[in-house]
Design a protein around this ligand. Structure first.
Ligand code: MN
Length: 492
């Protein structure tokens, strides 16, 4: 059989927000919805209108944005749930009825399956009267009796539900079962079928993919796979598996996957594990020396897809395993050559960062190379020692020992901060030799983190001559002093 493009229902704002500890503001939900819309998802399940004032307001605010996606509210088979969704101007509801004995007995004590079917029909008919698109789902269907699940969904279809969902509420489906069940549902029902999977056994992506492969017309997923307990199927994983491994077009803007992953991570404060496929920090990061040298020749050697496809870039982490080969390859790429001494210094600095437990990226290596290559072998001004004292109730103070033209100078100075104090001490030490002015001072952290490599660029002036020098260290004071001393060497 052939079907039109598979529909994507994103439930980051509903099932995802039910992640323990997550609570989003209306403004954050609107921003995520806008990002989901530009990602190209078909349906945004924006919350549960009846659940709280905040959810109601968020659904309403998102509905007012006039996005391309259908805006959906979660609902139970209850009039007040349907009314709240309609009053919030949702386009549709994802309305679930219990379908396993566990759920039926917990939610409708003393009532039976017939009662659930009756209530479902009533609710669907009422929702249609209120002008809502109805996606009707069998909750906990994977632990229910499949014949009853089919009877329930058939009743939904006869009540004019627009789509029907099989929910693996506690994540116990297997890929084989998913295939078998969806094939059967496709035979028995005419309405489009959706699959909703949870990741309790780590099978949410596989189950979702097998369901789609077997004819499911729609799948539910969340960004970063957040959701109750172990979470829902990851939208980014399902989309990439379907498109790249099965050739099934999902039609989303893949290059927006990483930015939206970061946005959701920031707002929910649920940190994406570094080894998470597609969006994890390490997903396109390479460390070992052999891998990196092959990668520099052809990235396909150790990457199934290019990072750019999902809006990312590649990181080469050289760290402690930094090989001469990797550094030589980067040098060649930059068009530089290094002497043996410079090469040793580059490797020593990379190792120093690596020993601090810091991941050294290719950007760090570039900065280190450029810094080392500008250092003149013959130095007139050499920093022998530096000590800093700073604190909450202490005026920052620095003492330096410089060797200038072979002569030792020791000076101390205070400053507004440790960097200022260190630079003042150096200025004092050299003032008999040259009058140097600091024209500009600029700091960049190459990668995030307080232990990141810091790149300091200074412009120094002596008379009419202006030079630019840089220092790169994990320590901001050392980086600043190094940049300053390098500049001095260019001027004196
Ligand atoms: Mn769920």
């Amino acid at each position: 059989m052939s079907y039109v493009k598979v529909l994507v229902l994103d439930t980051t704002l509903r099932d995802g927000e039910q992640t323990p500890g997550v609570s989003l503001t209306v403004e954050q939900k609107v921003m995520i919805a806008e990002a989901l819309d530009s990602l190209g998802v078909d349906i945004i399940e924006a919350g549960t209108a009846v659940a709280s004032e905040g959810d109601f307001k968020a659904i309403k605010a998102i509905a007012e944005k006039g996005l391309k996606a259908e805006i959906c509210s979660f609902a139970r088979i209850r009039k007040e749930d349907i009314d709240a969704a309609a009053d919030a101007n949702a386009d549709s509801i994802f309305m679930v009825a219990p379908s396993s004995d566990y759920h039926i007995q917990a939610k409708f004590p003393g009532k039976g399956k017939e009662y659930v079917i009756e209530k479902s029909i009533e609710a669907i008919e009422y929702a249609k009267e209120r002008g809502l698109v109805v996606e009707f789902g069998a909750e906990d269907a994977s632990r229910g009796d499949l014949d009853f699940v089919i009877a329930l969904l058939k009743a939904g279809e006869s009540a004019k539900a627009d789509r029907l969902t099989f929910a693996d509420t506690v994540g116990v489906l297997t890929p084989e079962n998913a295939s078998e069940i969806i094939s059967r549902l496709k035979k028995e029902l005419k309405a489009p079928i959706a699959i909703h999977c949870h990741d309790d056994f780590g099978l949410a992506t596989a189950n979702t993919v097998f369901a789609v492969k077997s004819g499911a017309n729609e799948f539910h997923a969340t960004i970063n796979g957040i959701g109750e307990r172990a979470g829902n199927a990851s939208l980014e994983e399902v989309c990439m598996v379907l498109e790249f491994l099965y050739g099934i077009e999902v039609g989303i803007n893949k290059e927006k996957l990483y930015p939206i992953s970061k946005l959701v991570e920031k707002f929910t404060r649920i940190v994406v594990p570094p080894n998470k496929p597609i969006v994890g920090e390490n997903a396109f990061t390479h460390e070992s020396g052999i891998h990196t040298s092959a990668l520099l020749k052809d990235a396909r050697t150790y990457e199934p897809i290019s990072p750019e496809v999902v809006g990312r870039r590649r990181f080469l982490v050289l760290g402690k395993h930094a090989g001469r080969a990797s550094v030589e390859a980067i040098l060649k790429e930059l068009g530089y050559s290094a002497t043996k001494e410079q090469m040793d210094e580059i490797l020593a600095r990379i190792k120093e960062l690596g020993d601090l437990g810091k991941r050294v990226t290719d950007a760090d290596v570039r900065t280190i190379i450029e810094t080392v290559l500008q250092i003149k072998s013959e130095k007139k001004v050499k920093l022998e020692d530096l000590a800093i004292l700073t604190g909450k109730n202490t005026t920052p103070m620095a003492s330096v020992k410089l060797r200038i033209n072979g002569e030792e100078r020791i000076e101390a100075a205070i400053g507004v901060g440790p960097v200022d104090a260190a630079i003042n001490a150096i200025r004092k030490a050299i003032k008999d030799y040259a009058d140097i002015k600091l024209v500009s001072y600029h700091v960049d952290a190459i990668t995030g983190g307080t232990d990141a490599l810091v790149d300091v660029v200074v412009q120094l002036k002596r008379g009419n001559k202006i030079v630019t020098a840089r220092g790169a260290r994990a320590d901001i004071v050392m980086a600043s002093v190094e940049a300053f001393v390098e500049g001095l060497n260019m001027l004196v």
